[in-house]
Write a protein that binds this ligand. Structure first.
Ligand code: SF4
Ligand code: SF4
Length: 288
């Protein structure tokens, strides 16, 4: 079973939820937690496991061959991302904009844009207690998160069988990276907070999940902090509220020390146990 933990904006507690829920689940289940927030992975701040393997990942970028190019301009016309342009007698490729779609390369009449591998980041796998933890990280200067997220999903699918509960800490927002991170999962947990900003971004995230036709529910973090607008919205939209994690100064103190919270505060553990029960029930239904 694959579950993504996502949020319309950063800073809502997505990583807190992913790490604590994964470790709690791993007390009785086989679990792999994957950090897909490749631009800024921070699950590793809380999950300090033993490094088991490390792979360098590459993406394919076209490389211009001046000697065979006829300057016909087709490549510029065929690139939807403005990653290849003709400047006078020169073809320029912008790797940061390239989505590795191969269109310019395949459609070049003189094969003057062969695709070449370019390093984009790393995937590291750790063992933490009984749990596997996969961390994916873009190299500094790389701007395309989607190809690395795609390759990380492939890595996890190949290495871990269907017995595992797979938890994915998705990138924040509602753009391409979060769509790539959630497109193949069975369930999405949207984390929000009871504030006007939280509600605004939750609405965007819910719309995205509807578009993707995903099954999803909401966890309200820092419950008690703001107002009831998020609860009212979920009622109106018939969105399931899976758990309400109480706002607590102690959480901030424990979090700032890089520690897990689920075992430290009884009211919080109760909410995490509720989530665990929900996931195990869904898993049983999923297997049947
Ligand atoms: S499509 Fe090929 S031949 Fe035409 S300008 Fe681009 S690189 Fe040159
Ligand atoms: S591979 Fe695709 S995105 Fe990259 S430069 Fe060529 S057409 Fe543009």
């Amino acid at each position: 079973m694959k579950i993504a933990i996502a949020s319309g904006k950063g800073g809502t507690g997505k990583t807190t939820l992913s790490t604590n829920l994964s470790v709690l689940l791993s007390e009785t289940e086989r679990v792999v937690l994957t950090d897909l927030d490749v631009e800024e992975p921070n699950s590793g701040l809380f999950i300090k496991g033993d490094l088991k393997s490390e792979e360098i990942k590459y993406k394919m970028i076209p490389e211009w061959k001046e000697d065979t190019c006829t300057l016909c301009g087709e490549c510029q016309k065929n690139c939807n991302f403005h990653a290849v342009i003709q400047l006078g007698p020169q073809i320029m490729v912008f790797p940061e904009l390239c989505h590795s779609c191969f269109a310019c390369s395949e459609l070049c009449p003189t094969n003057s844009l062969p695709m070449q591998a370019q390093r984009m980041g790393t995937i590291k796998e750790y063992q933490y207690r009984q749990m596997a933890f996969v961390e994916s990280c873009l190299d500094i200067g790389q701007e395309q998160a989607v190809p690395l997220i795609g390759q990380t999903n492939e890595y996890v699918n190949q290495k871990f069988d269907e017995d595992y509960i797979m938890i994915f800490d998705a990138p924040p927002g509602t753009s391409c990276p979060v769509i790539e991170a959630t497109k193949d999962v069975d369930y999405v947990i949207l984390v929000t907070e009871p504030t006007p900003f939280g509600l605004h971004d939750l609405k965007l995230a819910v719309e995205t999940m509807k578009e993707l036709k995903k099954d999803y529910g909401v966890v309200i973090n820092r419950y008690g902090l703001g107002n009831d607008d998020v609860i009212d919205y979920c009622k109106e939209e018939n969105v399931t509220v899976l758990a309400k994690i109480p706002n607590s100064r102690k959480v901030a103190e424990i979090y700032s020390k890089g520690k897990l919270i689920y075992n430290e505060i009884p009211e919080i553990k109760e909410q995490f146990l509720k989530l665990k029960e929900f996931i195990l029930t869904r898993k049983k239904e999923f297997v049947q």
